[in-house]
Design a protein around this ligand. Sequence first.
Ligand code: PLP
Length: 425
Amino acid sequence: MAEATLRETDAEIAKLIDDENRREHETMRLIASENYASAAVMAATGSCLTNKYSEGYAHKRYYEGQQVIDQVEELAIARLKKLFGATAAAGGEEDLHVNVQPYSGSPANLAVYMAFCKPGDVIMGLGLPAGGHLTHGHSVSITGKFFKSVPYGVRREDHRIDMDEVRKLAKEHQPKLLWAGTTAYPRTLDFKAFRAIADEVGAIFAADIAHISGLVVAGEHPSPFGIADVVTSTTHKTFRGPRGGMIFCKKMHAAAIDKAVFPGLQGGPHNHTTAGIAVAAKEAALPSFKPYAKAIVENAKELAQALVEKGFAVTTGGTDNHLMLIDVTSKGIAGKPAAQALDRAGIVANYNSVPFDPRKPFDPSGIRIGTPAVTSRGMGKSEMRTLAGWIDRVVSNASNAALIEKIAGEVRELCSGFPAPGIRV
Ligand SMILES: *Cc1c(COP(=O)(O)O)cnc(C)c1O
């Protein structure tokens, strides 16, 4: 007799997955950190590789039976080295070590602390309210509790990272570790300037490219490879792989990074995820990936411009990357009710603080919008114009249920013409 299917074993979960497939198909995914993994990536992550324990690294494992797992991990590493090594300003693939075992972006960053810092050491990163990530020393994160965090910010005049302030703070506080990486920042990062500051004060320079690794691969954002001591990333944002993390470092730091990941922080790696990362790396090396990344940025620029034309306050006036931050208070609404109204219209974004936000983080002034996922569906500039019109109408009429329902129908109609990778309805 054939083995029971998911639907036969657990009709409730099977139905919830159906529901999520439908939701993802019928709505515009504008959360800047999200994307659609391909069917191939999902096939790898849904495989028997989830069954195997493989603590350690290839050919140095603690359990037997690694004939296949070692090959999976080595293939993922070789593909990533080739892909990201090619973007290096110096050193290329030769001086690159890769660890694909971090369970996600946050554990990858913790491994960097474990490799280079002791509790109480000074660390510096972009503050969360200015667009930085929790794991770069925010007060509620373990990274702000176990280390002495000195956040830098953005300039009041133009909301861009103030490299003079970074330099001044670094000289004053002598950090052990300097982060460059963002989660809600619409402009390019100057990795060379961070490197110069780290060198002046003898800090380790870590670039966190969680959001932009797909853009870096495609040359749509300057690469930190050959510049930073360590580069961390998630694998599921613009890189479009499974939910996971990865760390790249110069060879001199390989042992420290590997020991920090295992046995420092983790047990057995998620081999099904490693296989999915290998597939994503293969996809990112295809000729189609460069135009994809280029279109992400073009779509973001088009959408930001269209929203400016509709009278929205777009932080820094536009974007260089895949995302934009919009202060919606000038439309007479706060970020959270705006995001909730958009969600009812099938336009899914998140509420977000804007720089120097006078409102609270749980009820901020802005929304964050990103184009990686809609670009994966093949949407282009004309769809971005349509989208800007919908966003304006919804945000300006957030309590008009009939209008929002009508727009939700239009959104569904548009989405049906742009099937998302990996989604089965
Ligand atoms: C998303 C993100 C992370 C964390 O990734 P998780 O997989 O959610 O743990 C780390 N750093 C930056 C800059 C991010 O944007």
